[in-house]
Design a protein. Structure first.
Length: 249
C-alpha cells in the first residue's frame, strides 16, 4: 500500500484508455498518483503493466519509469465493479483527492432521431454511461471516504471533475448528437446537484465541457483544464473549453 509519494494528489480517473485519459496520464503521472480505470484498452503511459527497459541495462532505473499509473480493468456498467474500483483505490492510496469521471459512450445518429430506431436503442446506454456511472462512482467515493472526512476534504481541496461536452449546451445541426448531447446536459445538471450536496462535507464538483478533441481543441488543453479545476476553489461550475476565435486578417 502507498499513501502517495512526494506530496502527490491521488486521482481516480475513468476512461483512462481513451484519447483524453491517455493524455492526462502521460502529462500528469508525475504530479498525481493516478488510479487509471479502463475497460479494454489501457492508457498509453507507463504503468505497473508496462514500462521502459534499457536493452543495455535491463535492470536499470530509468527516469521514465518513476511515475507509473496504476491500471485497473473494470466494466463500470457491470454490477459491483464501481465498488471494487473504489475499494482498490482506497486500499492502495488510503484516499481519493480528485475523481475524474471521463468514461463516456458516444453513439451518433447523423440521419436524425426519426430515421430508424438506432437513436432510441441508444438512449438507455447513453444515460447509463454518461450520467448514472459518474453518479454511482461519485456517491461510492463519498460514502466510503469523503463523507467522514469533512475538515480533511476542505484542507485537501478534494473534488469531482465530470467530463461533459460543449454539445450539452449547443446544437450542431446534422451531427447526430441529440441523444449524446441530452445525456451530457443531464451530467451538467447532475454536477450542480453534486456540488450542492457534497459541499456539506467539503467536496467540490465541477464539469468540463470541451469542444471536439483533438480535431478542434488540443487534447492537452482539455487535460490542462482538468488540473485547472482541481487547483481552483470553484464549485458547481461548467467550464467550456473551445478553440480561440480566429484573429483579424
Amino acid at each position: 500500500m502507498s499513501t502517495g509519494e512526494g506530496g502527490r494528489r491521488v486521482c481516480l480517473l475513468t476512461g483512462a484508455g481513451g484519447t483524453l485519459g491517455s493524455a492526462f496520464c502521460r502529462a500528469y503521472a508525475g504530479e498525481y498518483d493516478i488510479v487509471a480505470v479502463c475497460r479494454n484498452r489501457r492508457p498509453d503511459a507507463v504503468s505497473q503493466l508496462e514500462w521502459y527497459v534499457d536493452p543495455l541495462d535491463p535492470s536499470g532505473d530509468l527516469p521514465e519509469n518513476r511515475s507509473r499509473v496504476y491500471v485497473v480493468y473494470a466494466d463500470l456498467e457491470t454490477d459491483g465493479e464501481i465498488d471494487r474500483v473504489v475499494d482498490i483505490a482506497l486500499a492502495r492510496y488510503d484516499r481519493v483527492d480528485l475523481l475524474v469521471n471521463n468514461a463516456a459512450y458516444v453513439g451518433l445518429h447523423p440521419h436524425g432521431l426519426v430515421d430508424g430506431d438506432g437513436s432510441l436503442r441508444d438512449v438507455a446506454r447513453h444515460f447509463d454511461v454518461n450520467v448514472a456511472v459518474p453518479l454511482r462512482l461519485s456517491v461510492a467515493v463519498a460514502q466510503r471516504f469523503w463523507k467522514h472526512h469533512d475538515l480533511e476534504n476542505r484542507a485537501a481541496n478534494r473534488n469531482v471533475v465530470n467530463v461533459s461536452s460543449l454539445s450539452a449546451s449547443k446544437v450542431y445541426p446534422h451531427a447526430g448528437q441529440a441523444v449524446y448531447a441530452a445525456s451530457k446536459a443531464a451530467l451538467n445538471q447532475l454536477t450542480r446537484h453534486l456540488a450542492a450536496e457534497f459541499g456539506t462535507f467539503g467536496v467540490r464538483a465541477n464539469a468540463l465541457a470541451p469542444n471536439s478533441f483533438p480535431a478542434i481543441v488540443a487534447t492537452e488543453t482539455v487535460a490542462e483544464a482538468i488540473v485547472r479545476l482541481d487547483r481552483e476553489s470553484a464549485t458547481g461550475r461548467i467550464l467550456a473549453v473551445d478553440a480561440p476565435p480566429p484573429g483579424p486578417r
